[in-house]
Design a protein around this ligand. Structure first.
Ligand SMILES: [Zn+2]
Length: 615
């Protein structure tokens, strides 16, 4: 949720270019025998000149693009849509052209920064296109068709009535009717059947493009963004998942038992994966919506932040100012005046806008904004803290060169927003005068359960999406097994199963936006692990002496200094160094998540006594 304004990674659908290099120029980088003569004429000086020119060209284009997109998102009309599409097309073409040119310096000895910047440029392509005009056009068409199939997707019933994904999302959150949920679940999955042949072709084409850039396949290219060999990165993810798994298994066991009580153990077998349609979410990726089914007894915290906000006359502006105070209390400079002049906080009555909360960095300096149709609820108050986390990150790295103006890796941006939101605790609400008394610890189980249903349940899902894609890109999973492999991974990692028989006529991966949308997913896994690490370490630095789920880093200048120092690095150094600067260790460590949920783990172990866990 809450897309920040990424730099190079923002063009998620980069594929096509009519300005692609001619085959002859491309060979300079690819064919080492024939091009030996050509490469001799290219020097490090040429590389540096290319980088300088590229930074200038892209800076200008980013500014143009940010403005066009801001206007489109805030005033949705036929014309603003056309202008935004046009600048997007220009951006795509430019990055494809520059990324392919960057490959000509592959064999050169370059200094750290030059090599790092060129790599970033090359890896900015999510779906590299082959250097062939017809194939490039073909790939471009496929991307648009896949996007269209998802975006226009509806479930139309026999009586002629149709449901949008939004309608179905709301119903799945609240319905507790087994058959109604099943109907919605299978209904939405009709939309992705026609995607299969397109997806298959897309994989072939983009793999060809990745090979031309020097990667074995597109998945390997995606994994090359992490400052370590692609295979080591895969092993690292497995190691971290191994740390989280006992907590996930305990949560899974408890949730399955409660669902068994609710729907009957004939429908929710107690030794099998959970049917995927019963978890309150179309993809069973976050389970917070079924909190009512699993809520611990006597764990109501006795207050409601939404009511507290109303009682204390918090309007939208006051909510934003309150969240800004969180950051200034840690020593961050206040946001610039233009933030308040140019942001959107309230849904306009007279026009269409994109209401999905997002944080923007318009000019790569200090023109920061959020765009959000704020509702006066406790949840939205946390979301504002999260969005401002993006803005403070964006401002912290604004002195870096353009290529480094992004988070340390693509998981860090979301992790920072969420780290701040983890500090919106009952204790913090008391400190800012919203809450009179912090409930005693016996009420923490409710809050922890709610959070675990969203954040712990999400971990295996966020891992398996790209496991599937990597196997598809590498050819380990063949097209005739696409759906089978998807469900094998969902069962293996999540312990959920399709509620009705699936076949290779179906293409269930396509029913999840990020697959037809070609957005890598591992970033969300990283963000979920990292946020607890940052929280634990910053709490330590702040001198916290409470359980870490009760800690807030509000008011801690020491934590603020440390955080700001890491944010300022941007992506100029390997992310492991950024991580180490706060946690003291260059490796990720999911024990922070386990520490945070320790009271819940004890509760779950108690509840699960005598139950048959696992699947
Ligand atoms: Zn976000």
């Amino acid at each position: 949720m809450n897309t920040p304004r990424f730099k190079l990674s923002m063009s998620a659908l980069i594929v096509a270019s009519t300005l692609a290099l001619s085959a002859c120029e491309a060979e300079i980088a690819i064919d080492t025998t024939d091009s030996a003569q050509a490469t001799k004429t290219i020097t490090a000086k040429d590389a540096n000149a290319f980088i300088a020119k590229t930074e200038k060209e892209l800076s200008a284009l980013y500014l143009e693009s940010s403005r066009a997109e801001w206007i489109y998102a805030n005033f949705i009309t036929h014309d603003t849509s056309a202008l935004s599409a046009e600048v997007n097309r220009k951006m795509t073409e430019t990055v494809v052209r520059l990324a392919n040119q960057a490959a000509q310096f592959d064999e050169l000895e370059l200094d750290y920064d030059a090599r790092r910047k060129l790599n970033k440029l090359k890896l900015a392509l999510t779906l590299p296109a082959p250097q062939d005009e017809d194939k490039t056009a073909q790939l471009s068409t496929i991307v648009a068709e896949l996007g269209g199939l998802y975006g226009k997707g509806k479930y139309c019933k026999d009586d002629g009535s149709c449901l949008s994904l939004g309608d179905m999302t709301s119903k799945m959150a609240t319905s507790r009717d087994y058959n109604e949920l099943l109907d919605l679940w299978q209904g939405w999955r009709q939309i992705s059947k026609p995607m299969r042949p397109l997806y298959e072709q897309q994989v072939t084409l983009t793999n060809e493009g990745a090979k031309e850039l020097g990667y074995t396949d597109t998945g390997a290219m995606w994994r090359s963004k992490y400052d370590m060999p692609a295979d080591d990165f895969t092993k690292e993810l497995d190691r971290i998942w191994g740390q989280v798994k006992p907590l996930y298994n305990a949560l899974h066991c408890h949730v399955r038992a409660k669902l068994g009580e609710k729907y009957g153990t004939d429908k929710v077998a107690q030794d099998e994966p959970i049917p995927a349609h019963l978890l309150g979410n179309m993809w069973a990726q976050a389970w917070g919506n079924i909190y009512d089914v699993v809520a611990p007894e006597n764990a109501d915290p006795g207050y409601d932040v939404t009511e507290l906000l109303a009682k204390n006359n918090y309007d939208e502006l006051k909510m934003v100012k309150g969240a800004e105070t969180f950051f200034t209390s840690m020593g961050f400079e206040p946001l610039p005046e233009t933030f308040y002049e140019r942001s959107l906080f309230v849904k306009p009555k007279d026009r269409d806008v994109q209401c999905h909360a997002s944080a923007w960095n318009i000019d790569s300096k200090d023109d920061l904004r959020i765009k959000m149709c704020i509702q006066r609820t406790g949840e939205e108050f946390s979301v504002i803290h999260h969005e401002l986390g993006h803005n403070f990150y964006q401002r912290a790295y604004n002195k870096q060169p353009l290529f480094y103006q992004e988070s340390a890796n693509d998981g860090f941006h979301e992790a920072i927003g969420d780290t701040i939101a983890l500090s919106v605790t009952p204790g913090y609400l008391k400190e800012i005068g919203l809450l009179e008394q912090v409930p005693d610890e016996s009420k923490d189980i409710g809050l922890l359960m709610k959070m675990a249903l969203d954040k712990v349940a999400f971990v295996p899902f966020s891992l398996m999406v790209d496991q599937w894609r990597w196997q598809v890109f590498s050819g380990q999973v063949k097209p005739q097994d696409y759906n089978k492999a998807w469900w094998e991974l969902r069962e293996k990692y999540q312990g959920v199963q399709a509620p009705i028989a699936r076949s290779e006529d179906d293409f269930d991966p396509g029913a999840k936006y990020h697959v037809p949308g070609n957005t890598p997913y591992t970033r969300y896994f990283l963000a979920h692990i990292l946020q607890f690490e940052f929280h634990r370490s910053l709490c330590e630095i702040a001198g916290n002496d409470k359980a870490i789920h009760r800690c807030s880093i509000y008011n801690s200048k020491e934590a603020g200094d440390k955080l700001n120092a890491m944010l300022e690095i941007g992506s100029s150094r390997p992310w492991q160094e950024a991580l180490e600067s706060i946690t003291g260790k260059p490796q990720m460590d999911a024990t922070a998540m386990l520490d945070y949920f320790a009271p819940l783990q004890r509760y779950l172990d108690e509840q699960n006594k005598g139950r048959n866990c696992g699947w």
